[in-house]
Structure formats: structure tokens, C-alpha cells
Design a protein. Structure first.
Length: 120
């Protein structure tokens, strides 16, 4: 079967659109690690870690120290900046940054998750 140029161009266009769509969707997916996974297998670069705030933050100036947990493991976090207004004990939080060799997570971003209105 001999493909003409228009059929080949159509097939290539469809494949390009599929690849572009996959790439766009994959860029918008957010991947989180658990506290236990990060502590068990320390990543080499930036990572997002999801957990619950386990301790009230302490502050010395613009630096905050607090702990997050996944229920099994607890991790110390250091963050320089302003904490979200909804940041309180037992909040679900996501921290983004790097885990140091001292097993202290140095966050560059702290986000609180909104509680679901539709919990059963």
C-alpha cells in the first residue's frame, strides 16, 4: 500500500497533536511525595512534600521552623518568608524545596491545602 503525501502529512499531524497534548497535560500534573518516602529515599533535587502540620511554627525573624507528618514519619522544615494566612496546627500543607544532609527540609514555598467542602 503506497501512502500519498497528504495521508502521511495527516498521520504526522495527528501524532504531533497527541504528543503535544500529552506534554501539556503532564506539565500541569502535580506530583507530591510523602514525608516517609522523602526521608527513606532522599531526593537529589527539588521535591514537593505533602503532609499535616505537626507542630506550631516557631520564628526568629523571617525564618520559621515547624514539623510536618504523614502519620508515620515526621520531618523538620525551615522556611524563610511569609506563611499562608490559613497556616495552623493540623493544616494540610505542601512544602517545596530540598532535603538537607541533616534531614531538615529547606522549603522555598509553603502552601496550605483548602479543606474540602464535600467531605462525607
Amino acid at each position: 500500500m503506497d501512502l500519498d503525501k497528504r495521508t502521511l502529512l495527516g498521520i504526522l499531524t495527528i501524532l504531533f497533536c497527541i504528543a503535544l497534548g500529552y506534554s501539556a497535560i503532564n506539565n500541569y500534573l502535580v506530583h507530591y511525595e510523602t514525608v516517609g518516602d522523602v526521608l527513606a529515599h532522599p531526593p537529589t533535587g527539588d521535591v514537593r512534600v505533602s503532609g499535616k502540620l505537626a507542630s506550631e511554627p516557631t520564628s526568629n525573624g523571617a525564618t520559621y521552623n515547624f514539623q510536618i507528618t504523614d502519620g508515620n514519619a515526621t520531618m523538620d522544615v525551615i522556611f524563610k518568608g511569609n506563611l499562608p494566612s490559613s497556616f495552623s496546627l493540623d493544616s494540610d500543607v505542601v512544602v517545596q524545596g530540598k532535603l538537607g544532609e541533616d534531614h531538615v527540609f529547606r522549603a522555598v514555598t509553603v502552601i496550605t491545602k483548602c479543606p474540602s467542602k464535600f467531605e462525607v
